[in-house]
Design a protein around this ligand. Structure first.
Ligand code: PLP
Length: 384
């Protein structure tokens, strides 16, 4: 049985061939430790980091690529943003659709560090009215930290409008772009983003263990780690300039070589083409699922308001059993449960049941969608 991978919101698979080749090439032929000395391998490894920063800066319209620091995933990047920018007594506004990567650090900081946190409520389809953010602003508000698109419903948040509100009130805008980087355009200038966090292994098509954070020039951020950077080694004080400020210890250079290949692949194909392909398949899948009476579909119906993430349940069937049956009988890889997003499930009303999620990627084809619709239809009929 052919495997049909539809869990791209968790991690994209497969990767473009170039990504595998870049990781392999680095491991076999380069192997240097960037910034640690001046031998050829080290310099070549250093230029992979630089090229990747440049490629990402170009993708996100970031003027100075040295303000991008690499991390091991977006969770680390979000932790740096929250813990490096907030002080006790500060108030943060997020949405009620956040992933635990935002919600858990905020909860912990509320419990032990004395920050205040308000979740601006979202609608049942996961959408956010920017006015809810405005209403949540207090005199001690310092930051709006919000995800760009939900990993449960795909709902795209109005980042530029939220950014405008942030600017009007002199608040920082931190964006979790886990579900959108590489999939829909991001422009830190036009969207008023002060801090952009991203993960490398989803839409950017890179390997796991890669991610990063962009910090707007002039913004004072504290580092969570100190250590070797290969720069200013004579000082015991950790460097205060980006990216060294936020990068200590040896990088995941093979992973970053793969991430560079992933970002170059996206640019070569064109983000618009990738987005259109995913939208076309999403529309097809949603239409197919909507036509099955026992299916309960979540999130916006309008394809322009969402990414290619489609969550649903079959009435009367456990979502875990549904996901397992899709895998076992049809070879379809999906994800069930709470998707590390209990707040989002509370918002859309599926906290008790969870949901089954099919998330599409650039390498899915029409026949995958046809199979998924047929599979859900057959499982729904069996359920009756
Ligand atoms: C919206 C969102 N934020 C954060 C994360 C965490 O990503 P990572 O595990 O790469 O840190 C995810 C992962 O699914 C996500 O969907």
């Amino acid at each position: 049985m052919r495997t049909v991978y539809m869990d791209n919101a968790a991690t994209t698979f497969p990767k473009p061939e170039e990504v595998y080749q870049a990781v392999d090439y680095f491991g076999r032929n380069l192997g240097g430790n960037p910034g640690r000395g001046s031998n050829k391998a080290t310099l070549q490894a250093g230029s992979i980091l630089m090229d990747c920063r440049e490629a990402l800066a170009d993708l996100f319209n970031i003027a100075d690529s040295s303000h991008i620091a690499f991390t091991f995933n977006i969770t680390e990047a979000i932790n740096i943003a929250l813990k490096g920018l907030l002080n006790p007594g500060d108030h943060v506004i997020s949405s009620s659709m956040e992933h635990n990567a935002v919600a858990r650090p905020l909860h912990a900081m509320q419990q032990c560090f004395g920050i205040e946190w308000t979740m601006a409520p979202c609608a049942g389809d996961g959408s956010m009215d920017p006015n809810e953010v405005r209403k949540a602003i207090r005199p001690n508000s310092k930051m709006i930290c919000v995800l760009h698109a939900s990993n449960l419903t795909g709902t795209i948040m109005p980042i530029a409008e939220i950014g405008k509100i942030a600017r009007e009130h002199e608040l920082l805008l931190v964006v979790d772009a886990a579900q959108t980087a590489g999939v829909i355009p991001i422009d830190v200038e036009k969207q008023y983003i002060d801090v952009l966090t991203f993960t490398g292994h989803k839409g950017l098509l890179g390997p796991q263990g890669t991610g990063g954070i962009y910090v707007q020039p002039g913004l004072a951020i504290k580092s969570l780690k100190q250590g070797g950077t290969g720069s200013l080694s004579e000082n015991l004080e950790h460097p205060t300039f980006m990216p060294d400020l936020l990068e200590s210890g040896t990088h995941n250079t093979p992973g970053i070589a793969g991430l560079l290949a992933g970002v170059n692949y996206i640019k070569q194909e064109g983000i618009e083409k990738i987005h259109k392909h995913e939208q076309r398949l999403s529309r097809m899948l949603m239409n197919g699922l909507q036509s099955i009476p026992q299916v309960e579909l979540y999130g916006p119906v309008d394809i322009d308001r969402k990414t290619a993430v489609i969550s649903f349940n079959i009435k009367g069937m456990d979502c875990g059993e549904l996901s397992m049956s899709l895998d076992h009988y049809y070879g379809i890889v999906s994800r069930s449960g709470l998707h590390c997003a209990p707040l989002a499930h509370q918002t859309i009303g599926t906290y008790e049941t969870g949901a089954c999620r099919l998330s599409l990627g650039y390498f899915n084809r029409e026949e995958d969608i046809e199979l998924a619709i047929r599979a859900v239809d057959e499982l729904a009929v069996k359920q009756l």
